[in-house]
Design a protein around this ligand. Structure first.
Ligand code: ZN
Ligand code: FE
Length: 254
């Protein structure tokens, strides 16, 4: 069984370490900044072997150079963005296997937020590291891709097993819930997630990881193909990606 360690970086970014206790391999998924990653390594006593990068944005890559210099770790990055990420050792694409010690991850291309964004799914461990594609009760802004592309990426993630634990790049859950209620004011699963998130935040705890089952039930961006969601944004009968685009546009304006 792998171990994980989650910690805040920058303002609202998450860093996470994935550790194989069998042989000591440890991956950082993204490296927002070096210092909190080093603190996390000290806290856990783990030694950094790999950095698995989801996308090129500075708040996910800013710590790579310093960490690479200190630990000589391997940097794995999406093929489509390797030129924009420092010190890449290996590039990966859809369906490639990424090993962290004996842990085996699979690469899912999830473009939309950026054109080459990837996610890492560890099927045996039911862990998914989704960067800025999917957030708890939200999703990333569509910056480099199209709404249709982002919707396809979300469908790919939605197809992961219900009990998959979702690690995303930011603590945005509270604001996401506030917005989600404007789309689905009477969703019981959303209400339930809100209660849980209020408790976690009041206790100073992260709302991450979330569980795919709960996201499917409460995240409006994963629910754009439901008739009631289409109706609620005035798009009954429209293709799901258009409903998704409307929800995303409303969130951008909120
Ligand atoms: Zn980003
Ligand atoms: Fe980000």
């Amino acid at each position: 069984m792998p171990a994980t360690h989650l910690f805040l970086c920058l303002k609202d970014n998450y860093g996470v370490l994935l550790h194989d206790p069998a042989n000591g391999a440890t991956a950082a998924i993204d490296a927002p900044e070096a210092a909190p990653v080093e603190t996390a390594l000290k806290t856990t006593g783990w030694l950094l072997s790999d950095i698995l990068v989801t996308h090129h944005h500075a708040d996910h890559t800013g710590g790579i150079a310093e960490l690479k210099e200190r630990y000589g770790c391997r940097v794995v990055a999406p093929r489509g963005e390797a030129a924009r990420i420092p010190l890449v050792d290996a590039t990966v694409r859809e369906d490639d296997e990424v090993r962290v010690g004996a842990l085996r991850g699979r690469v899912l291309e999830t473009p939309g937020h950026t054109a080459g964004h990837i996610s890492y799914f560890f099927p045996a461990d039911k862990l998914a590291f989704v960067g800025d594609t999917l957030f708890s009760i939200g999703c990333g802004r569509v910056i480099e891709g199209t709404a249709e592309m982002m919707w396809q990426s979300l469908l790919k993630l939605r197809a992961l097993p219900d009990n998959t634990r979702i690690y995303c790049g930011h603590e945005y859950t509270k604001a996401n819930i506030r917005f989600a209620k404007t789309v689905e004011p009477v969703n019981a699963a959303l209400k339930e997630r809100e209660t849980e998130v209020e408790k976690l935040l009041a206790a100073g705890q992260p709302t991450i990881p979330s569980i795919m089952r709960a996201e499917k039930a409460a995240n409006p961006f994963l629910r754009a193909d439901l008739p009631e969601v289409a109706s609620s944004v005035g798009l009954a009968g429209s293709p799901a990606w258009k409903v998704f685009a409307e929800i995303r546009a409303r969130k951008d304006r909120s």
